[in-house]
Design a protein around this ligand. Sequence first.
Ligand code: BTN
Length: 323
Amino acid sequence: MAQVQKLFPLLQLLADGRFHSGEAIGEVLGVSRAAVWKKLQQLSDLGLQVESVKGRGYCLAEPICLFDEENLQQFAKAQGLPLVHILPEVDSSNAYLLRLLAEEKVAANTVAVAEWQSAGRGRRGRQWQSPFAKNLYFSQLFCFEQGVSQLDGLSLVVGLSVVDALTGLGCECQLKWPNDVLYNNKKLAGILLEMTGDPSGLCYVVAGVGLNVNMKNSGGAIDQAWVSLAQALGEVVDKNKLTTKIMLELQKNIALFKAEGFAAFAQRWHKVDAFLEQQVVLHLGEKQIFATDKGVNEKGELLLDVDGQLQSFNGGEVSLRKL
Ligand code: BTN
């Protein structure tokens, strides 16, 4: 990967997806036409496609939105939100916060966002595709004082916070247990919680959110039905605004969760449950359980009606049953 930061002035210029002449780019960057050409070629190392049309110049095939450090930090400060680490590139924003924590170099509630992840982590050891600048890669560190028993339903609350933020932006989305955010039954965002610390005392959770924002094409790298927020809303989305919305919702919901646990969220969760009262299959390793989805209990466990008996589950992968 080319040195990402060096390409930022060019990226900022081309982010609007419009044509810019080689001459105009050279002037803004203060470099020669030959240097412009070299830099444009480096953009393909970031997976960005540049189109060139004689007489019009160069444009990005898909518009992008970059993090605006000044704007984001100022807004966060004004709203009493935590500090945001804005990373041009990282292996995984979750791993980054866990590393800082191990080195005792980070305060609770710190957020890290990245433009690009070289080793984005998904649930169940899967990879999370993280193309440059197109999507949101967000992690936040939370601290809990009463051990893992205080964490029941936390991942569902993070999911609800993302849904609240997206609903506020006009995207009516739903949740698939435990925390996949769906729009029209396609995956819009995924959440990965990673815990460390004392299971019966002070423990830390890094909550990672991967949200498809302006991506139009994954180049076939994603093996499930997906959708981006831009596709859902029909317009390019500002990642900065989206980030602050998610931070605000998390701040509110995590405070309530710490005070009252998941019980305070169960009803709200049912309202956005993508599969409520539908015929589903729960995949538990090799085992498949056919049942009717009955939502979640006060611990955030999945409730299923299996042959007339209500049963709770806290693992597995649920999908709609094809009848
Ligand atoms: C899933 O598999 O559905 C969860 C995906 C979570 C991806 C996010 S992107 C930001 C954070 N950093 C990571 O490496 N993973 C999470």
